[in-house]
Design a protein around this ligand. Structure first.
Ligand code: HEM
Ligand code: HEM
Length: 431
């Protein structure tokens, strides 16, 4: 660093700069690394929550910038202009990426509600569904643009630090320590790379599984919370050993590790499992040219793990024996087993697996998951209520199923059948 002190960014600007940088590193890694099927549901919900957090921090950052002094540019000419352009485009990315993400989920056919960190319901934007594909393209494009800008931005900062030695790095560093900025740079890269590699299917650490990924992910969430100041303090400590690059890298990793406390609600232990008691019912109703057709399944079973007070970690798996479907008439039941309906010889069972369960009222819940029926797997929502208390509960609920999506009822005999089938269930479960 030069002898004469260079004007610095304000403390708030520095804090927000690094919080957003760390959060973005994890967010991009999750975006590119998350599985795009039902198994990635939880991670995808977290992607939305963290993305909206980044949007809020960016808005705060811009308000802060407009109301606080920014140090004068250190360099003019082409390089000065380039730096300015990269900064402006970084702001475009920081606002554009979350806004297009928000637009995607607001216009998606599935209409999955957004509940930030499973706690705060977040509204959807009133936008037409037709823009959904374009928003997806732009969202992905902005993420690539963000990565490119990051490389340019860091290259510029390092050029100042290593070649020009003009103290620019220290302007954006906690306590004005360039070493702290280097440690935070390392933390950003380690966090982004680490999150990406720990997601299922992305590299050597894939076998460590999702749990590991969510631990790292939760560390970032913490960085966005009260621990932020701690993070800065850790980085300042790292700055003390400015000469020792290796120590700095280690410190940077420590910064990440220190933001990984176990006091998140996720660590609450496995939810209790419940046994479905005999005597329950699973029925279905479908309109047939104005009159209702009612049927039921005689054989079905499942396993349920769920804490009614804290349903986030629940798991519901139901298996239905399709040959047990009955309309109360032997001929019609035979027909249900045929190729036009369930095709039970080829597909003896249907299964439902939840990916998430959320509470919608005092005793009511909504499960999101996947229904596999007749060789097709699709997202399916189920709503249900619980009554009773303690180790025995009564469960009742329903779902509306689009039978055409599963090719159930394809021939002449189904000509008058409505497309949506109402499924109802009621059973007792004991712990
Ligand atoms: C995704 C990550 C990052 C984003 C989005 C980002 C964004 C920005 C933005 C928008 C500015 C302009 C501040 C303003 O004038 O309002 C800025 C400044 C700065 N950033 Fe970053 N940054 C990131 C990562 C980094 C990293 C890793 C480093 C360290 C190598 C760094 C070093 C700096 C420095 C030194 C400045 C001040 C430049 C000056 O004094 O003119 N940034 N950053
Ligand atoms: C700074 C914030 C964000 C960044 C950097 C980011 C980045 C990414 C990336 C890299 C992908 C993968 C792109 C692909 O492979 O197609 C992605 C996908 C996605 N993100 Fe984000 N995201 C951000 C915020 C959000 C927010 C706030 C939401 C919603 C509230 C969101 C919703 C989505 C959705 C729905 C997809 C999947 C799109 C698809 O199916 O093609 N993102 N994001």
């Amino acid at each position: 660093m030069l002898g004469n002190p260079v004007q610095r960014y304000s403390r708030g600007a520095i804090l927000l700069h690094w919080l957003i940088a760390l959060a973005l590193a994890a967010e991009i890694a999750i975006g590119f690394g998350m599985p795009h099927d039902a198994s990635g549901f939880e991670l995808f919900q977290f992607h939305k929550s963290l993305g909206i957090t980044i949007l809020a921090l960016t808005v705060l950052r811009i308000v802060w910038r407009l109301t606080h002094k920014t140090p004068p540019a250190l360099e003019g000419g082409f390089n000065g202009l380039l730096a300015k352009a990269v900064h402006v485009l970084l702001y475009v990315f920081m606002l554009g990426a979350p806004l297009t993400g928000w637009a995607i989920v607001s216009t998606d056919e599935l209409n999955v509600p957004t509940v930030l960190y499973g706690l705060v319901p977040w509204p959807h934007l009133p936008l037409p569904g037709s823009i959904n594909p374009a928003m997806k393209e732009v969202h992905e494009l902005l993420a690539f643009m963000g990565l490119a800008l990051f490389v340019l931005h860091v290259a510029g900062a390092l050029r100042h630090h290593v070649m020009l030695r003009d103290g620019l790095l220290a302007r954006m560093a906690p306590r004005g320590s360039a070493g702290a900025a280097m440690a935070l740079l390392a933390a950003t890269v380690v966090l982004g790379g680490g999150v990406f590699l720990s997601l299922p299917g992305n590299g050597d650490h894939a076998d460590e599984g999702e749990e590991n990924a969510s631990e790292i992910v939760l560390a970032v969430e913490d960085a966005g919370g009260e621990d932020a100041v701690e993070g800065e303090a850790a980085a300042e400590d790292a700055g003390a050993s400015e000469e020792d690059e290796v120590a700095e890298e280690a410190a940077a990793e420590e910064t990440v590790a220190e933001e990984e406390p176990a006091d998140e609600p996720v660590a609450a232990g496995p939810p209790p499992s419940w046994d479905i008691q005999p005597g329950g019912s699973l029925t279905f109703t479908v309109d047939n040219g104005g009159s209702a057709i009612n049927g039921s399944f005689r054989r079905w079973d499942g396993s349920i793990t769920m804490d009614p007070e804290n349903p986030a970690g629940s798991n519901i798996a139901i298996t239905i024996e399709l040959a047990s479907a009955s309309l109360g008439d032997a001929t019609q039941d035979q027909m249900l087993q045929g190729a036009e309906f369930f095709s039970t010889a080829a597909f003896p069972t249907a299964t439902y697996r939840s990916t998430s369960v959320e509470r919608t009222g005092a005793n009511s819940y909504r499960a999101t998951g996947t229904l596999s029926l007749k060789g097709v797997s699709r997202p399916q929502t189920i709503t249900f209520t619980l009554s009773g208390s303690g180790a025995r509960r009564s469960v009742s609920g329903n779902a509306t199923i689009d039978r055409n999506a599963f090719s159930v009822g394809t021939g002449e005999s189904a000509a008058g059948l409505a497309g949506s089938v109402r499924v109802q269930f009621a059973f007792d479960a004991t712990r």
